[in-house]
Write a protein that binds this ligand. Structure first.
Ligand SMILES: *[C@@H]1O[C@H](CO)[C@@H](O)[C@H](O)[C@H]1NC(C)=O
Ligand SMILES: *[C@@H]1O[C@H](CO)[C@@H](O)[C@H](O)[C@H]1NC(C)=O
Length: 190
């Protein structure tokens, strides 16, 4: 009888010891090699960044006190919130395929140059990539003709995306800041 009790006690101790490490590491899975295949997708569209008029797609939300009297549409230190339409062509009548939402800050202090740093999510509202988006966190040296943005992530079909966007200024009004920018995007994603 006593022997059986000791065995039962030992068994209970062993069970409780065996369960402790499981409870201890419940916040993570086993680490396994990644067998998911990467894909590559290229996109081509035009971004309409409109500061003028009664329905702008980019609005200034803050500005450095020092540039109070600056007449440039995007003085150094000004911060803009955007909801820019993305279209499949450069015309006002081109089809809207998505929108770019986020922030950009005018970050070049040198006269005669315009540089932005963009923190923007590019989302699509039509076609295969409807509901998916990719994220840009990058400088954009606007006054340099050919330039490139870094893509650092994505959602939906573009989950874990990385890549780059090559930009071409199709139209820029330096008086009011309105711009139409052509994007050639290369995305690597799952
Ligand atoms: C902004 O500048 C004006 C003068 O142009 C000054 O009176 C004011 O105190 C400044 N505000 C801040 C927050 O520095
Ligand atoms: C540029 O903006 C100014 C000021 O809003 C406007 O008068 C001018 O017509 C615009 N130019 C073009 C080519 O759109």
């Amino acid at each position: 009888m006593e022997g059986r009790l000791i065995i039962l006690g030992l068994a209970l101790i062993l069970i409780s010891i065996a369960t402790i490490p499981v409870a201890d590491c419940a916040y993570h899975s086993e680490t396994l090699p990644n067998v998911m295949k990467e894909k590559i997708t290229k996109l081509h569209f035009f971004l309409f960044d409109i500061l003028s008029g009664s329905k702008p797609s980019a609005v200034e939300v803050a500005r450095a006190n020092i540039s109070k009297g600056d007449t440039s549409p995007t003085p150094f230190g000004s911060l803009f919130a955007i909801d820019d339409p993305l279209k499949d062509g450069p015309e006002a009548t081109s089809k809207v395929i998505g929108n770019a939402q986020g922030l950009y800050v005018s970050s070049s202090s040198q006269p005669g140059t315009l540089g932005l740093v963009m923190y923007v999510d590019f989302g699509f509202t039509t076609g295969k990539f409807k509901g998916s988006s990719f994220t840009v966190a990058s400088r954009n040296p606007v006054t340099e003709g050919k330039r490139e943005l870094a893509i650092v992530g994505g959602r939906g079909e573009f989950r874990m995306a990385r890549g780059f966007a090559k930009l071409n200024t199709y139209f820029l009004n330096t008086t009011n800041g309105d711009a139409i920018i052509e994007y050639h995007v290369t995305l690597i994603h799952y």
